[in-house]
Design a protein around this ligand. Sequence first.
Ligand code: ATR
Length: 283
Amino acid sequence: MTDQTYHLLGVMGWPVMHSLSPMMHDHWFAQTGLPGRYVYLPLPPERLGPALRALPALNFAGCNLTIPHKLKAMEIVDEVDPVARKIGAISCVVVRKDGSLFGTNNDWLGFLGNLREAVPDWRGAAGPATVIGAGGGSRAICHALLSEGAPEVRLVNRTGERAERLAADIGGPVTVLPWEARHAALDGAVTLVNTTSLGMVGQPPLDLTLDALAPEAVVSDIIYTPLETDLILRARARGNRAVGGLGMLLHQGPAAWKLWFGLEPRVTPDLRAKMEDRLGGNG
Ligand code: ATR
């Protein structure tokens, strides 16, 4: 009998057919020579539990989770990584040898991998960071910045309450500032991150005056549609180094593979170009 090994992975979401993950992970199946396939798993919320429970029987190595499943899945899996619990969401499930499900969150590693690739000399510990927005993305990023030793995270959100809750959950030196203080909150920051949906295709741009930002500060946006937001373009035009959000998606991938298969595929320029093509509508 020929070798019957075939690894399955997928992304559960609703909607999910816009996801770039299948393209990315299938690229790595081809690159590593591991036999397998990463599939779309469009799944309304009521089917999340049964679907997750079916993963071991179907021989899935694990899956990724996207909107709206990241919170609910925490109650379904057998064990949740403490970091994911702190962030408040799981984005990755690992099927363990005994068939149990382990939930974790690699988004914060994706953020750091992206920043390190684009700006190798970036040091989060070099000074305060200013984070705009306090949604799900922001939680992973605040954790990433604190884990890198940021002495202060200045958190600005339209809805102050949500920022206060984030600060309490994440712990550490997080200062919550009112939305009106966002321009001044850039003074002395070495890192600026937009985690709001402002600047995304179909949304208004982020209204943020960069005058107080030091030219050495590094600017990052978690948005990747468009690949470069108005914030990224304005930051670059005034001399700041700035990085878009596509790399965050790319760089959480190897962290997931490490958990699924014990190996870390590379984020190569040809993979990035393929993803950019797809986003540009050429894929
Ligand atoms: P995600 O999980 O992707 O971060 P989210 O939880 O919906 O998405 O968070 C979206 C973020 O964008 C929030 O910080 C939101 O601010 P509120 O908490 O006040 O809602 C922010 N955001 C969205 N539209 C905004 C707008 N027009 N002005 C300011 N902030 C906005």
